[in-house]
Ligand binder design. Structure first.
Ligand SMILES: Cc1ncc(COP(=O)(O)O)c(C=O)c1O
Length: 363
């Protein structure tokens, strides 16, 4: 079994000064067989950074007051870092809420949703509950969004959803294709670009485009690279008039002061993102290289998850791994032999390989 030794990881730290001290990434003993290894929800195995944890503690003390000043301060900091106006940023208790509200605002029984498959299911579920027609379009041969097919899918669409990098595949859609979607989508529709995983990739963000386009909404979250999934904090970025349309459904659905302060501390810690990005990429690529050596095909991921063709019904592989306490992601109906794996810590990926070799390769 290929494994990453502590020494090789520390050597990586020496080679890439940006990684700095990696002890935090290796902290703690390897998982015991009875410990669940959670590679199933694309969460960060590292949690909030230490600066974020300290800030979150401070947030407890201020929780007697409504958190609006902290909310505006976070929006202002994000806007300043991205070179946009703070009026272009709305804060929600998780980007999932903003995404659901977008579907409610921009689709209807006559103006449907167009999205890719496999992709993040929340917009489809929201549209279905709202009786809006849904057109799901297969990813193209490179596992990018097939923008020409999406544009042709429903000329009456009210919303196009594009997840970049895509969940569950981790694959990217070229910026030119996203520009094409924005330029050619049905009249009166809104393009929603979900950038939950963008910070794991080198892809350019669409956030700055909102300065020129009032029909583009970009979503961001602190749940992934910043490790704050449980703190529920997401951002919607767009023209103020678009953000108003989301606010109707839940503009008061704001996060707690602790979450807001933790998010601000995460943005202020400029070393954090490149450290986590480099470590995630290293562990992802090592795991994929090992799987390829053993004859498995994986998606070309730029994210904290990737998919594996397990050459058997995905549900079998998931069950066999779960029986050994290694939890991986679910089954996507049109990719029935592929499973999604979230990139965990070095030790978790070692355990994943051990159990995969015993339970899936030999199945
Ligand atoms: C593509 C995508 N968008 C949004 C979300 C939701 O993120 P949040 O925790 O901010 O609600 C997820 C969570 O897995 C996701 O994969």
């Amino acid at each position: 079994m290929v494994s990453v030794s502590r020494r090789s990881l520390l050597a990586l730290g020496a080679a890439l000064p940006v990684l700095g001290h990696l002890d935090w990434a290796l902290a703690g003993p390897p998982p015991k067989k009875s410990d669940k290894v959670l590679l199933n929800y694309n969460e960060s195995p590292y949690g909030p950074s230490s600066a974020a944890r300290e800030a979150m503690q401070r947030g407890i003390a201020t929780s007697g007051r409504y958190p609006y000043p902290d909310m505006y301060a976070l929006a202002a900091l994000f806007a300043q870092q991205q070179g946009i106006n703070e009026e272009n940023v709305a804060v929600f208790a998780g980007s999932m809420a903003a995404l659901r509200y977008a579907v409610l605002a921009f689709t209807s029984p006559t103006r449907g949703l167009v999205m890719a498959t496999p992709s993040y299911e929340v917009p489809r579920q929201a549209a279905e509950s709202h009786k809006a027609p849904v057109h799901e379009v297969n990813l193209d041969a490179q596992h990018a969004h097939d923008v020409p097919a999406m544009l042709a899918a429903n000329p009456q669409a009210g919303m196009l959803y594009l997840c970049n990098p895509n969940n569950p595949t981790g694959t990217l859609t070229p910026t030119e294709a996203i520009r094409q979607a924005l330029a050619n989508k049905p009249r009166g529709s809104v393009l929603v670009v979900d950038e939950a995983y963008i910070d794991f990739s080198d892809a350019p963000s669409c956030v700055s485009w909102v300065k020129e386009h009032d029909d583009l909404l970009v979503l961001r979250t602190f749940s992934k690279i910043y490790g704050m999934a449980g703190a529920r904090l997401g951002l919607a970025v767009g023209h103020p008039a678009l953000l108003e349309r989301l606010a109707v459904f839940g503009g008061d659905n704001v996060p707690a002061a602790s979450s807001l302060l933790g998010a601000r501390a995460s943005l202020e810690d400029v070393a954090l993102l490149p450290q986590r990005k480099a470590l995630n990429a290293r562990l992802r690529e090592e795991t994929i290289a090992w799987l390829k050596t053993h004859g498995f095909t994986c998606t070309v991921s730029h994210s904290n998850c990737f998919m594996i063709d397990v050459k058997q019904p995905a549900a079998h592989a998931i069950e066999r791994l779960a029986a050994q306490n290694v939890m991986v992601g679910r089954v996507w109906k049109n990719w029935p032999q592929w499973v999604r794996v979230t990139v965990g810590t070095q030790r978790e990926m070692e355990r994943f390989r051990e159990v995969f070799a015993a339970q899936v390769m030999k199945a």
